[in-house]
Design a protein around this ligand. Structure first.
Ligand code: FMN
Length: 205
């Protein structure tokens, strides 16, 4: 059974990105996946301290806080769903703080040894879910490829994206025709391991 971990990056428990991610997770569960969801905003945690302990003396992040079980769950998952609103052209600060803490998944020689970058088992799927208020699809389109590039280093070699633009007020995601059906279909794909093969350009060392 595929294990899917979903992280909600918005402070709105029933906001647009949470609703979209919820539909992805329902689709995944219906297809037989085991799904675990964490609302990052409800957790007490800090961003990466840049202490380098995970490179010098430990195999994992040495911070012991609300994100510790989340990092453990992500390390053991087959697919990771990251849901976020667009905030000032970026992911939410809650999600960014999690992403920075995944630095602990990189090996000490990640920068020099491409074949041995990650402490995680490769072959995982990354599924980004993005709710964007602005209607223009060309704006903020860089968010997904930028993070997919780094998650590729961590062993997320398949990438999927659900992005909805002109989604601003709570309720907009539910009102968008076909969006939640699309999300559920994506969840079924993720549960069955039918991600898209890594389309990213080769990483230069
Ligand atoms: C602090 C803040 C910053 C935002 N910045 C952007 C932005 O840069 N671009 C954009 O398209 N929408 C922006 N929005 C709108 C949100 O992306 C939009 O309302 C989204 O649907 C919220 O998702 P949520 O309900 O999951 O939180 C911003 C909203 C807030 C509150």
């Amino acid at each position: 059974m595929r294990r899917v971990v979903c992280l909600l990056g918005s402070a709105r428990p029933r906001g647009n990105s949470a609703v979209m991610a919820g539909a992805v997770c329902r689709g995944a569960a219906e297809a037989g996946a085991q799904v675990e969801t964490f609302a990052l905003n409800a957790l007490d945690f800090r961003g990466c301290q840049g202490c380098m302990a995970c490179k010098k003396k430990a195999e994992a992040c040495v911070l012991d806080d609300g994100l510790t079980p989340v990092l453990r769950a992500v390390a053991g998952c087959d697919a990771l769903v990251l849901a976020t609103p667009v905030y000032f052209g970026e992911v939410s600060s809650q999600l960014k703080a999690f992403i920075d803490r995944t630095y602990s998944f990189l090996t000490p020689d990640y920068a020099l040894n491409r074949a041995h970058r990650t402490r995680l088992t490769p072959g995982k799927t990354l599924c980004f879910v993005i709710a964007q208020g602005h209607p223009r699809e060309d704006l903020f389109a860089d968010i997904f490829p930028r993070y997919a590039y780094f998650f590729n280093w961590l062993g997320f070699t398949e990438n999927r994206l659900l992005r909805a633009c002109r989604i601003y007020h709570p309720g907009d995601a539910e009102a968008r025709a076909g969006l939640l059906e699309q999300a559920a279909a994506l969840g079924r794909d993720v549960a069955l391991g039918q991600g898209e093969p890594d389309w990213l350009p080769p990483v230069r060392s």
